[in-house]
Design a binder for this molecule. Structure first.
Ligand code: URA
Length: 434
């Protein structure tokens, strides 16, 4: 088999054989296929597409490129959750403990921030001592004892995705529905959970900008998961403005803590409920939506979800006193109010711009080598639909005064668009695919 012929076949728009796709991935991971050939194939796949079967073969070949995390030692119904990436998205920090409190076993594989989007591991690492670097044995033990553990991608878990993602990132081949589906599902399927709930984000802060594209991605991922024998459901949620009010690593942990203590923002609570319901329904098909919703409310209001979160922090090396007293989490040395100079209604907040602005303050990585500042970020006082008067504070900007923050603050200002007429906020949950 020759890579040249496989590239040409895809370039000319033909369907590939399973063996051809497996050959490409194996050769690439083993170092027998140079980056330029893989990049050429990725561009051909980006332009000509991959059908569902080809995407499944690609996903499976990528999954098999490294270790499989067996969860046989875990008693109970195991579930993972994945978000396609957004701004202010701290959902996993709340959802995991909610599901664990409801008796599910959450064996979660999480990532770091990508581009303008934040990552669960970066957020959790703002709790001093917290580590997602668990051995497979420690991972299984933690899930068995407290119902919840979060690990990061290791070099031996789906190495094909790590290598391919690095190429896609520099060859303008990220935003391809089959390539995204294969990237996400190869990682999710390598951890052998029974169910997977996907949060597919739609809008200006998401990889999928339109509902049509998001539906296509969601359906494809759900079908790939089912073909692999897993139960999969996808919630399509609005990412046209940031989720919740906090953006930045420690700030998002604080908002997650507020939510687990029953004082969370309505949009975050609604999303956690929608995803938790899908996980509960995967475990027990006889449950009604109303019963599932009531169980989630109870886990949040009764404090069980909060206890699960504290237990997870302790079990993964974090200091529980830091989350019991969130004012002890990393705190910015200076908070700058971003004031509005005229009255109106918030019409739009360009979400990707907010993510990039936060990155410029130090909340995300501009380059692979950048070191994150866990304390910096935004607290948005005004969101879409809110009335503002001249002089109101749109957002509090948490900064390190030793850095030059002017461009980041200006970028946040530019992301806000005001209207002279009242504006209706958009619904958060746009669809469910299961
Ligand atoms: N997240 C991933 O893990 N992979 C992609 O390709 C896009 C988002």
């Amino acid at each position: 088999m020759r890579a040249y012929e496989i590239i040409r076949k895809k370039r000319d728009g033909h369907k590939l054989e399973e063996a051809e796709i497996r050959f490409l991935i194996e050769a690439f991971v083993q170092g027998g296929l140079p980056d330029y050939q893989m990049a050429a194939w990725l561009m051909a796949a980006f332009l000509k597409g991959l059908d569902e079967q080809e995407t499944f073969w690609l996903t499976d070949a990528m999954r098999l490129s490294g270790d499989q995390v067996e969860l046989k030692g875990i008693e109970g119904f195991t579930v993972d959750k994945h978000s396609t990436g957004g701004v202010g998205d701290k959902t996993s920090l709340v959802l995991g403990p909610v599901l664990a409190a409801l008796g599910l076993r959450v064996a979660k594989l999480s990532g770091r921030g990508l581009g303008h989007t934040g990552g669960t591991i970066d957020k959790l690492e703002s709790i001093k001592g917290f580590s997602c670097d668990l051995s497979p044995e420690a991972f299984v033990k933690a899930v068995n004892t407290i119902g919840l553990a979060i690990i990061g991608q290791t070099p031996t878990l789906v190495p094909a995705d790590k290598k391919i993602y690095a190429l896609r990132d520099v060859t303008a081949t990220i935003d391809s529905i089959p390539l995204i589906a294969a990237s996400i599902m190869s990682k999710k399927l390598a951890v052998q959970n029974k169910a997977i709930v996907l949060d597919v984000k739609v809008g200006s802060g998401a990889f999928m900008k339109t509902l049509g594209d998001a539906r296509e991605l969601a359906r494809l991922m759900v079908r790939i998961g089912k073909q692999a024998g897993r139960q999969v459901a996808a919630v399509l949620s609005n990412m046209d403005e940031p989720l919740g009010r906090m953006i930045g690593n420690a700030l998002e942990v604080r908002e997650a803590i507020d939510t687990l203590r029953g004082k969370g923002p309505a949009d975050l609570v609604a999303l956690v409920k929608a995803l938790a319901q899908e996980a509960l329904l995967a475990e027990n098909r006889r449950l009604t939506q109303a019963e599932a919703a009531a169980r989630v409310d109870q886990a949040l209001a009764g404090g069980q979800a909060w206890s699960s979160f504290v237990a997870m922090v302790r079990s993964q090396g974090g200091d529980p006193a830091l989350v019991e007293h969130p004012e002890r989490l990393p705190t910015a040395r200076s908070v700058v109010p971003l004031k509005v100079d005229r009255a109106g209604w918030v019409e739009r907040i360009e979400c990707e711009e907010v993510g990039l602005a936060a990155m410029m303050l130090g909340a995300g990585r501009e380059t692979k080598e950048s070191v994150i500042d866990p304390a910096v970020g935004f607290h948005l006082n005004r969101k879409v639909g809110d009335r503002v008067e001249a002089g109101d504070v749109l957002a509090d900007v948490h900064v390190d005064p030793a850095r030059d923050n002017t461009r980041g603050i200006q970028r946040l200002r530019d992301a806000y668009h005001l209207s002279d007429r009242p504006v209706q906020a958009q619904p958060l949950i746009l669809d469910i695919v299961s």
